[in-house]
Design a binder for this molecule. Structure first.
Ligand SMILES: Cc1cc2nc3c(=O)[nH]c(=O)nc-3n(C[C@H](O)[C@H](O)[C@H](O)COP(=O)(O)O)c2cc1C
Length: 478
C-alpha cells in the first residue's frame, strides 16, 4: 500500500470542516493576501486555491496548512482532538528512542504522471505566489524539501530551504551558513564540481516538517519519517541526479548548482515577522527535469508576522526537544516546556519545574536557553513553578509579575547563536549572534514555605462546586 500522501491529508482535514476551497484567486497578491488574513488567528481553515488565473491545467496551491491544533495532530497521524500535551508527548517519543525505517525505492508513482525534460521544462507553469506585498519575487518552495547527497558518504539530506522561481529553468535556493544542504553543496564546489539537487514542492506536511527540523548531521530525515509513519517512505530516483524523492509527491524538479553561479534572491517576509535578510546573491539551480501529478498542489508554509504557518507547528516539537535535552543534561523534575508562537516558536521558551534545591531554576533556564533545541535565535527563557501552565501566557506573565525580582532573577547572556533573520542580531553580515534574557519567575527557593498563598479556590472546593452546580459552569470547568 502506498504511503499516506498530501491528498489523504486534504481529505482528512476536509472531513473535520477545516478546509476552505477558493477558486479564481491570483498568484500576484490574492493568494498571499488571503493566507495572511487567515494566519492572523489560529484555527482558521486551510485554504485550497484552484483555477488560479494564468495557470490552466488544474494547478493548485494549499496555504494556512497546519495553523490549528487539530490539523497539526492529523499531520502527525494523531486524532484531531489530541491536546497540546499529546502533541508534545508524541514528539518526545519520536525524538527519543522510537524506531526508524529507511526509505524503499519503488518503480513509479503518481509523481511521474507528467514529466518534462531539458528545453521543455517550465517551472513557471506552476503557480508560485508572491506571498507578501514587498517580497522580491515568486516562491515555489516554502513548505518544500531540498534533496542532496553527500559526495563522500552517500548520505542523503532533506532540508526545507526557500526556493524562488525565476525563469522556466532557473530557481534559487537560500541555505543559511551551517545548514546541511549548504555544507554538502560546498563539498562539491570545493572539488570544482556542480552540486546535484532535487526540490520537492508539494507533499504530505509531515515530510516538510521533518525536513525543517534540526535532524543530526549524517542522518537521513526519511528514516525518521518512516518511523513516524510506521512504514518506509516510498521513493523514486530522479533521472539525471539519481536523488530520491517521494513517489507520492505532488511536484518535484532536479538540476545542478554550478560553483559561483548566483543570482539576487529575496527579500521574503520571514518567520520573525520582518523582511530581515534583504536581497542577496544566492545559488542558482539550473533545472533539467520537472515532474508533477495531475492537478498538482504546491504546499505553502508561509512565514510572516507570527503566528504563521512556517513556525506555529514547531512549538510542540521545540517544547519536546528542549524537555528531552533538559532531562539529558540531568535537570530533574521538569514538568512542562512551551515555545510560544509569538516568538516564531523559537524566541520565547517557558520551562516549568518542581523546585528541588537552590539554583535548580537558574540551572534549568540557562540550559534551556543554550541546548541544541533551544539555543538558535532565542530571546526570552522564563522558568516558572509547576503550578503554572507554561502554555498559558496569562499565568506565565502573572508569575513574572509576582514571583520575579529583577535584581536577582535576571541573567543577560551575550554572544549567543542567532541568524540574520533576527532583527536584533549584532550585525546581519559579519556577526549574527544575539543577546538574550533568562528570567527566574519561580518563588524564591528560600521562601518556598512562607510565600503568600495563591488566592484561588483549592481543587477540593472546585470539586464540591462542580458536584453541586456543574450545569451552571462554563463547559471547560464542568
Ligand atoms: C517552512 C520552513 C522554511 C524554512 N526556510 C529556510 C530557508 O529558506 N533557509 C534556511 O537556511 N533554513 C530554512 N528553514 C530552516 C531549516 O529547514 C532547518 O534549519 C532545517 O534543520 C534544515 O535542514 P538541515 O538541518 O538538514 O540543514 C526553514 C524551515 C521551515 C520549517
Amino acid at each position: 500500500m502506498a504511503n499516506k500522501d498530501l491528498r489523504n491529508f486534504v481529505d482528512e482535514i476536509d472531513g473535520i470542516g477545516e478546509l476552505k476551497r477558493i477558486s479564481g484567486a491570483g498568484a500576484e497578491e490574492d493568494i498571499g493576501g488571503l493566507v495572511d488574513i487567515h494566519m492572523r488567528d489560529l484555527g482558521n481553515p486551510a485554504l485550497l486555491f484552484d483555477d488560479v488565473p494564468g495557470f490552466p491545467g488544474g494547478h493548485r496551491v494549499l496555504g494556512n496548512i497546519i495553523m490549528s491544533r487539530p490539523r497539526c495532530a492529523i499531520a502527525l497521524g494523531l486524532p484531531p482532538e489530541a491536546s497540546e500535551a499529546d502533541l508534545i508527548a508524541w514528539w518526545r517519543h519520536y525524538l527519543g528512542d522510537a524506531p526508524n525505517h529507511p526509505p524503499v525505492e519503488v518503480n513509479g508513482g503518481p509523481l511521474v504522471e507528467n514529466v518534462t525534460e531539458g528545453e521543455a521544462v517550465n517551472i513557471r507553469t506552476i503557480p508560485a505566489p508572491k506571498w507578501h506585498e514587498h517580497d522580491g519575487g515568486d516562491y515555489i518552495g516554502t513548505g518544500c524539501m531540498v534533496v542532496m547527497r553527500d559526495p563522500d558518504s552517500g548520505w542523503v539530506n532533506y532540508g526545507t530551504y526557500r526556493i524562488q522561481s525565476h525563469e522556466p529553468r532557473i530557481a534559487t535556493v537560500m541555505m543559511s551558513p551551517g545548514k546541511h544542504g549548504r555544507l554538502i553543496m560546498e563539498k562539491y564546489h570545493g572539488r570544482g564540481e556542480p552540486c546535484p539537487v532535487a526540490v520537492v514542492a508539494g507533499m504530505h506536511p509531515l515530510m516538510y516538517m521533518i525536513a525543517g527540523f534540526e535532524v543530526p548531521y549524517g542522518k537521513n530525515e526519511f528514516d525518521v519519517v518512516g518511523g513516524m509513519l510506521g512504514e518506509p517512505v516510498e521513493v523514486i530516483n530522479m533521472p539525471k541526479t539519481g536523488l530520491p524523492v517521494p513517489a507520492g509527491a505532488e511536484i518535484a524538479f532536479e538540476g545542478f548548482i554550478a560553483p559561483g553561479d548566483e543570482r539576487m534572491e529575496g527579500p521574503l517576509g520571514e518567520w520573525t515577522g520582518y523582511y530581515a535578510g534583504g536581497q542577496r546573491p544566492e545559488p542558482v539551480i539550473r533545472i533539467e527535469t520537472l515532474m508533477h501529478r495531475d492537478d498538482p498542489i504546491v504546499t505553502g508554509a508561509i512565514p510572516g508576522m507570527p503566528p504563521n504557518d512556517n513556525t506555529y507547528y514547531m512549538g510542540a516539537y521545540r517544547a519536546a526537544a528542549v524537555w528531552n535535552q533538559l532531562e539529558a543534561a540531568g535537570i530533574p523534575e521538569v514538568k512542562g516546556v512551551y515555545a510560544h508562537e509569538a516568538g516564531g516558536s523559537r524566541m520565547w521558551l517557558t520551562v516549568s519545574i518542581r523546585q528541588m534545591y537552590g539554583g535548580h531554576s537558574k540551572q534549568a533556564g540557562l540550559v534551556a536557553s543554550q541546548c541544541h533545541g533551544g539555543a538558535y535565535a532565542n530571546r526570552w527563557t522564563v522558568v516558572v513553578d509547576d503550578d503554572i501552565d507554561p502554555a498559558n501566557m496569562n499565568e506565565v506573565v502573572w508569575a513574572m509579575c509576582t514571583r520575579y525580582d529583577p535584581r536577582d532573577d535576571t541573567d543577560i547572556v551575550n554572544g549567543c547563536w542567532s541568524t540574520h533573520l533576527d532583527p536584533m542580531c549584532y550585525d546581519d553580515d559579519t556577526d549574527r549572534r544575539n543577546s538574550r534574557v533568562v528570567i527566574d519567575a519561580c518563588r524564591p527557593f528560600a521562601r518556598r514555605d512562607t510565600f503568600p498563598a495563591v488566592a484561588r479556590s483549592s481543587a477540593e472546593l472546585d470539586a464540591r462546586i462542580r458536584e453541586k452546580f456543574g450545569e451552571h459552569l462554563p463547559a471547560k470547568y464542568r
